[in-house]
Design a binder for this molecule. Structure first.
Ligand SMILES: *[C@@H]1O[C@H](CO)[C@@H](O)[C@H](O)[C@H]1NC(C)=O
Length: 392
């Protein structure tokens, strides 16, 4: 009895209530008649991450076998696996792929609501928990997650879909731990982020101008988790209101950071996304982006230790990569995506999707299932037909 009370108290004091969080994603998937399995992954540096699996779709219930191709979906900054199921079966990439016969896995990065456990750090008490950028998400989280998916699915190679920073972390992993290229059948990048030189992103520009001042960072970016001041977001908010969208978008850090200027958003889905609890990101993720914005390079994080930055060598990313991007995204700007594509040695497909506005459209635009067909088709492409230099 005493023990039970203690456990309850401890959970109330520190836990972000993981069971409830898992009940959320479970409801978002199973209420539509789709299956969801839960796994846990522990990284080499002690982060404990939830990994979810949809082994089959709504119709093909009997097809629960190890012959199915596996696909891992990875979310971007200030987000989590809910991205791929937020609007239900007609809007979510995870549902679409499960129905198409894929064994679907949903990854979660450290710091997301499904990545706030650690073998010895407490995210609510230990600032050290938040001392990571997307570098660690790439080399540690993605390595552990990919290993787990390979092991559960019993496939030698899996497909990987990365949305925005979910693509960044793949390039970092594949350039730093090159063996992972061999575990990937196809990598599909949706609005990938690597170079930021030309990006007109109002928040990043401001952070890039000021990030070397510690007091400015604490005041405007945050201490451990990203907690932007109204001064930092004001320009984005002003631009946002010009698009005459629901006011909520223009007060939501996730949209202010990742993209608000879309004419295509499905309003119903957007309401679901806004209602979900805000997803945390680390200050260091933003500072790392700011550093890359300032230097114009895709490189490791140096501040404040001031060690020498090293370039992420994209020539090492030998996995076959498809890239889909949009014409008006402020974060993953067209010119920067083209620079990235030129440096990747094995791009077998690169398409700007002009029917969409920004990269959040890939998750939330109306009738987006039409686009999901392109994603599934690009798993089927035989990249050997398109020689690696054909695109340029
Ligand atoms: C908009 O999203 C809702 C769920 O969020 C979905 O039921 C509806 O079909 C979507 N509409 C379009 C046109 O995509």
């Amino acid at each position: 009895m005493k023990f039970l009370v203690l456990v309850t108290l401890v959970a109330a004091a520190f836990g972000k209530n993981l069971p409830n969080q898992n009940a959320r994603i479970s409801k978002m998937v199973t209420s539509h008649g789709y299956p969801l399995e839960t796994y846990r992954v522990t990284t080499e540096d002690g982060y404990i991450l939830d990994l979810f699996r949809m082994p089959h779709g709504y119709q093909n219930k009997d097809q629960h076998d190890s012959q199915k191709p596996a696909v891992l979906l990875m979310h971007g900054f200030l987000s989590c696996c809910e991205d791929f199921v937020a609007g239900g079966p007609s809007q979510g990439l995870a549902f679409y792929l499960a129905d198409q016969g894929y064994d679907v896995y949903l990854g979660n990065a450290r710091g997301s609501p499904y990545g706030q456990h650690h073998t010895n750090l407490d995210p609510h008490k230990d600032a050290a928990f938040w001392r990571f950028s997307f570098h660690e998400i790439g080399v540690a989280d993605m390595a552990a997650i990919i290993d787990k998916v390979v092991s559960i699915s019993q496939q030698n190679k899996i497909h990987y879909v990365g949305h925005m920073e979910g693509a960044t972390v793949f390039y970092i992993l594949a350039s730093q731990k090159q063996g992972y290229n061999n575990k990937i059948e196809k990598m599909v990048s949706l609005g990938p982020i690597a170079y930021l030189k030309k990006s007109p992103h109002p928040i990043l520009k401001k952070v890039a101008e000021n990030y070397k001042s510690k007091s400015w960072v604490i005041k405007n970016v945050g201490m451990s988790t990203f907690n932007p001041s109204s001064e930092l977001t004001s320009e984005a908010e002003n631009q946002c209101t010009e698009y005459e969208q629901t006011e909520q978008i223009c007060h939501n850090d996730y949209f202010l950071f990742n993209g608000y200027n879309s004419k295509n958003f499905n309003e119903t889905t957007i309401q679901h996304v806004i209602q979900r609890r805000p997803c945390d990101g680390s200050v260091r993720q933003v500072l790392h982006l700011a550093q890359m914005k300032e230097t114009g390079r895709f490189e490791s994080y140096t501040y404040p230790e001031k060690t020498d930055a090293y370039k992420y060598d994209l020539a090492q990313v030998s996995a076959p990569v498809a890239i889909f991007y949009t014409p008006e995204d402020a974060f993953s700007y067209v010119d920067d995506v083209e620079t990235l594509a030129k440096e990747l040695p094995n791009v077998y497909k690169k398409e700007v999707k002009s029917e969409y506005t920004n990269n959040l459209d890939f998750l939330y635009a109306e009738n987006i299932y039409k686009f999901y067909k392109y994603v599934a088709d690009s798993f089927q492409d035989d990249e050997r037909k398109s020689s690696r230099n054909m695109l340029y």
